[in-house]
Design a protein around this ligand. Structure first.
Ligand code: ATP
Length: 303
């Protein structure tokens, strides 16, 4: 009932197709990373979900209904889209009180979310004096105000220091563990890998991947082992019989592509060849993501 359903969603701005027949679901109880290079259509998808922009075709719904049809939207969905949007002349507390009053949210929630976002001590300061990281925290406090079951966070780690990034990771995991639906956009694979359970990857408005983080890593890492042996001649010959090639690495070790440590270790044991060190190597996730999105980024850059 709190899933996000995107169906054949398309958005055109003049001749630019920002979102192109996009279909995917975001399920509760886990953190879904929404990835894609700049301009891939992540923010547009979130804006369409929140009814801030009109769809060209297709639908974007939450639990089967459109955001704009909810009588109490902030109780259902909390969003962080543009952390700069808050009125700079107000204090953080007043900003949240104003939001609470406008949405019939009990005022005690203001103190709770100030605390939760780690900005209680800055509650009386004017927002214009806030650093980017503090504005992000205030934006997150505002998103949490209505205790919503669904959270949409667009690049929430922007401007946060390493401590802030760890904080937001824990926060999102906690919210997902409570059974909420959490969609977090980022253009950084490394950051997303550390916080998401599931991935939706966009390139040029289209869906490139929709899978668990585990499957994404598994599907995109070519097996490769690195090893040390006291008998490279016999090992090379044994591997060659099975169609594998042993290549020398610059640190005196050897690498073999297309095989896993378990398989190679078993084979060497059967042949009685001493293996002194043996480990699996994986393609970096960052590399896999860049390869996946590269064509789309290039295409976007030339249009
Ligand atoms: N209001 C608008 N008017 C015209 N074009 C727009 C508008 N909003 C977005 N676009 C275009 O739509 C495409 C998708 O942009 P969008 O901001 O959704 O991407 P994004 O994946 O969120 O990227 P970023 O990481 O840079 O925020 C881009 O080509 C962008 O220039």
């Amino acid at each position: 009932m709190n899933s996000i359903e995107i169906r054949e969603l398309t958005k055109e701005y003049g001749r630019t197709r920002a979102v192109d027949h996009l279909t995917f679901d975001v399920l509760p109880g886990r953190v879904t990373g929404f990835l894609g290079p700049n301009g891939a259509g992540k923010s547009t998808t979130m804006r369409l979900l929140l009814g801030l922009d009109r769809v060209t075709s297709g639908t974007a719904t939450i639990g089967g209904a459109r955001f704009t049809d909810f009588p109490d939207p902030l109780h259902r969905v909390g969003a962080l889209l543009d952390a700069q949007a808050a009125h700079g002349g107000r204090t953080a507390r007043d900003h949240l009180r104003f939001l609470a009053a406008a949405n019939r949210i009990p005022v005690r929630r203001v103190e709770e979310v100030l605390e939760q976002a780690g900005i209680a001590s800055a509650a009386k300061r004017r927002i214009k004096t806030f650093s980017l990281g503090m504005r992000q925290r205030l934006g997150i406090a505002a998103a949490l105000l209505g205790d919503p079951a669904v959270l949409l966070l667009d690049e929430p780690t922007n401007g946060l220091d390493p401590e802030g990034i760890i904080w937001i990771r824990e926060l999102m995991r906690g919210l997902a563990a409570e059974g909420r639906t959490v969609l977090v956009s980022s253009h950084l694979m490394s950051e997303t890998a550390a916080l998401a359970d599931h991935l939706v990857v966009l390139g040029q408005g289209r869906l490139l991947a929709d899978s668990s983080m585990e499957e994404f890593i598994e599907a995109r890492s070519t097996p490769k082992v690195r090893l040390r042996t006291s008998d490279p001649v016999r090992l090379r010959a044994a591997l060659a019989r099975d169609g594998f090639e042993m290549a020398s690495a610059d640190d005196g070790r050897w690498t073999v592509e297309g095989i896993r440590a378990e398989q190679l270790g078993g084979m060497a044991a059967r042949e009685g060849i001493p293996v002194l060190e043996l480990s699996d190597e994986r393609a970096s996730l960052e590399r896999a993501y860049l390869d996946l999105t590269a064509d789309h980024a290039q295409f976007a850059a030339t249009h």
